[in-house]
Design a protein around this ligand. Structure first.
Ligand code: XMP
Length: 556
């Protein structure tokens, strides 16, 4: 494992499983000396609700909840201009929570257009304090920091935000400051034991709530957000996979015209869905390339190929390049060096085979919305946690390509729904993310054919048991890691000295954070006894009980 956390982090991917492809693009961009022209957004421009981000770890959850209400929602930095927003045709604005206090010197505020637009505004937690502060009310530090569960009581009936909700309901609080004086024209709509003004409104669509409706600890929060977007903002239910597919195909057609597109398929759901959309839009103008790098799980390249041939029907170039990758990895033990070698080799192979498509104008990749949010909020300086995903490899020769990124505004769950809508099989749509460098970063030390085989056998058993016990879809990822640790064991009457395999199974929200899965003991027991019995050279199995942070999902 790398001891250099920074450099280790900088090569990791948060949301999309297509790292090599993005690496390729980063380089293509550098080569052309200009930013790739972004794909005309796959937004439903008919209407949206905007989240103004003040750096809350929950902003993304707000957007997801709104989208679950079938309303398109985008997260924008707090310093966005109206010009950058108006094309989204916003019908309402949500001010997110955040770590600041409105009286901090550099406390982020909402831009004035938020209040001048005449659109309904819902401030959540810090967002409520911002709204109150900017509209002439008063916020002050609370004697009691309120963190955790609280009981919210409505002040009276008739508030559309609480329509259909119980008059008293559990909510999740997380704040230090509180409202002590409401802005002119505002009245308290609800209170908790510690917050006499836990919700406020002016009867004209300006609303603030001190609690977090987006988290699971506020069970009625989803219904409340539903009220905001449908009853108060008047949005319809347009954000559906079917609508997305139709509009996305239209936009790809417009962008690509009669140009030629190339796409690297990784076997993951993101590139598969992106390629399928592009294929529906421009048919044979698309060529897909699938590189077998020899670092995949057992039987995986065959299965992936079969699925592509059956479902994708696009022109497909397949290359079996295991030897080339393994040659490059000979003697390499450092994780970042492994990534570099794999990245470079990938680009070489990809470049070579891309030529078979002739002249190419566009490159499709499965960038997802969490990656986009990260770079946007990074620019606005309010987000504490930023990752970059550049996997620096070698330079392709003369390629300058424009990006086609049809999934740029989707969360992973939405990509899966779109995949199903497009008729892709469940096995592909619900495939767990798999890193581009594959098993190479799950083998501590040198990657050899023999060690790959050992890991594949152990990994196969993990998968078999996870799937056999119906746990696959509950896990974000579940896999085996081959360590370079040897321990003493006993087998029959003999002393053994074999390798340790670690099992990693995590639940996660888009890989930014993860928790180790509480796998049932009997499943762990079967995995362990099968591995030590069926896989030569392994005499010990351990279970990784580290969450992320401080751990990462992969061991390298
Ligand atoms: P970590 O280990 O950073 O992983 O918690 C987060 C997610 O990213 C995947 N991952 C990678 N994917 N190339 C990839 O394409 C990489 O080098 C890489 N490293 C980590 C990991 O499997 C998890 O889903």
């Amino acid at each position: 494992m790398s001891t250099n956390k920074e450099s280790n982090e900088s090569h990791r991917l948060a949301a999309s499983d297509d790292l090599e492809v993005s690496a390729y693009l980063e380089i293509a961009k550098e080569k052309s000396g200009q930013s790739p022209v972004p794909y005309p957004p796959s937004r439903l421009e008919r209407e949206s609700v905007i989240v103004i981000d003040f750096g809350s770890q929950y902003s993304r959850l707000i957007a997801r909840r709104v989208r679950e209400s079938k309303v398109y929602c985008e997260i924008l930095p707090h310093d966005s201009t109206w010009d950058s927003v108006k094309d989204l045709n916003p019908k309402g604005i949500i001010l997110s929570g955040g770590p600041a206090s409105v009286y901090d010197d550099d406390a982020p505020m909402a831009p004035s257009w938020v209040y001048e637009s005449g659109l309904p505004v819902l401030g959540i937690c810090y967002g409520m304090q911002v709204l109150v502060h900017q509209l002439g009310g008063k916020v002050a530090p609370s004697a009691h920091r309120e963190y955790g569960h609280a009981s919210l009581a409505q002040s009276g009936p008739g508030e559309p935000l609480f329509e259909g909700l119980p008059s008293s309901m559990p909510v999740w609080m997380s704040h230090g400051d509180r409202i002590v004086e409401q802005p002119p024209g505002f009245t308290a709509l609800a209170h908790t034991e510690n917050s006499p003004i836990a919700a406020t409104g002016n009867g004209k669509g300006m609303l603030g709530i001190q609690f977090h409706p987006e988290v699971a600890h506020t069970p009625d929060g989803k219904a409340l957000l539903d009220n905001f977007v449908h009853e108060i903002c008047g949005c319809g239910s347009l954000w559906t996979p079917a609508n997305f597919v139709v509009e996305s195909i239209e936009k790809i057609k417009k962008q690509v015209g009669d140009g030629k597109v190339i796409c690297a398929l990784s076997g993951g759901v993101d590139s598969a869905v992106a390629a399928t959309l592009v294929h529906r839009a421009v048919g044979d103008q698309l060529t897909c390339i699938f590189v077998d790098n020899g670092l995949m799980r057992r039987e995986e390249p065959e299965r992936i190929l079969e699925t592509f041939r059956t479902y994708l029907k696009a022109k497909l170039v397949f290359t079996q390049s295991s030897e080339q990758f393994l040659r490059g990895l000979k003697g390499v033990t450092d994780p970042e060096e492994k990534r570099r070698v794999i990245g470079e080799t990938f680009i070489k192979v990809f470049d070579e085979h891309a030529k078979s498509a002739g002249h190419v104008d566009f490159l499709t990749q499965g960038t997802l919305y969490p990656d986009v949010i990260e770079s946007k909020t990074a620019d606005s300086g309010v987000s504490a946690k930023i990752k970059t995903h550049h996997n620096v490899g070698g330079l392709p020769k003369d390629m300058t390509l424009t990006l086609v990124e049809p999934l740029r505004y989707l969360f992973k769950d939405e990509v899966r729904e779109v995949g199903l809508q497009l008729g892709l099989p469940e096995a592909m749509v619900y495939r767990q993310p798999f890193p581009g460098p594959g098993l190479a970063i799950r083998i501590m030390g040198e990657v050899t054919v023999e060690r790959l085989e050992t890991l594949r056998s152990a990994d196969w058993i993990v998968m078999d048991e996870i799937k056999g016990n119906d746990l696959y879809r509950e896990m974000w990822q579940s896999f085996a890691v081959l360590t370079d640790v040897h321990t003493v064991g006993v087998s029959g009457d003999y002393r053994t000295y074999g390798n340790v395999v670690a099992i990693r199974a995590v639940t996660s929200d888009e890989a930014m954070t993860a928790d180790w899965a509480r796998l049932p003991y009997q499943v762990l027991a079967r995995i362990s006894s099968r591995i030590v019995n069926e896989v030569p050279d392994i005499n010990r199995v351990v279970y990784d009980i580290t969450s992320k942070p401080p751990g990462t999902i992969e061991w390298e």
